[in-house]
Design a protein around this ligand. Structure first.
Ligand SMILES: Cc1cc2nc3c(=O)[nH]c(=O)nc-3n(C[C@H](O)[C@H](O)[C@H](O)COP(=O)(O)O)c2cc1C
Length: 139
């Protein structure tokens, strides 16, 4: 009986992958997910996005792709979409991206949607899950 056991090969999912010079630490990646969560409707990602995306990155994903970010205000699916058409939005995204080097790689999904009927989230009953401390007062 050997004193040491053979080390099992690391599963492929946990091995790094380099794409065009960018190395992801593993192959467990998070696809973009629209949040429709900009309360101020100005396209500027909020603390919500830092926590949501940062949490996924901190959880171990090798790549986290941020949700669709409109390249123009009229290109949004809803007026609560994130945007990337002005410097204020770019700065807010930079704060989120700066967090990622400590965790997984950040990715982006630039978007330009057509909104033929205008998507009225309130009418559809959409509500973002409330995770902000101020909104979690016990009843
Ligand atoms: C709630 C939700 C929001 C999504 N938002 C986006 C988005 O913002 N941009 C995008 O490209 N895809 C979006 N998708 C599509 C997903 O990124 C993904 O392609 C789809 O869920 C299929 O993933 P799968 O092949 O891993 O099952 C969204 C999917 C879901 C379920």
């Amino acid at each position: 009986m050997p004193l040491t056991q053979p080390v099992p090969a690391q599963p492929l999912a946990f091995r790094p992958l380099t794409v065009r010079g960018v190395t992801m630490r593993n192959r467990l990646w998070v696809a973009p997910m629209c949040q429709y969560s900009i309360l101020k409707k100005d396209g500027v990602p909020e603390d919500w996005h830092l926590v949501h995306l940062g949490g996924l990155a901190a959880g171990g994903a090798g790549l986290v792709i941020a949700e669709a970010s409109a390249v123009s205000p009229e290109g949004r699916i809803t007026d609560q979409d994130t945007g990337i058409w002005n410097p204020e939005q770019a700065d807010a995204w930079a704060r989120i991206v700066r967090f990622h080097p400590r965790a997984g790689r950040p990715g982006r999904h630039p978007a330009r949607a057509r909104r033929p009927q205008g998507l009225d989230l309130a009418r559809l009953g959409h509500r973002r899950p409330r995770r902000r401390p101020a909104r979690h007062r016990p009843r």
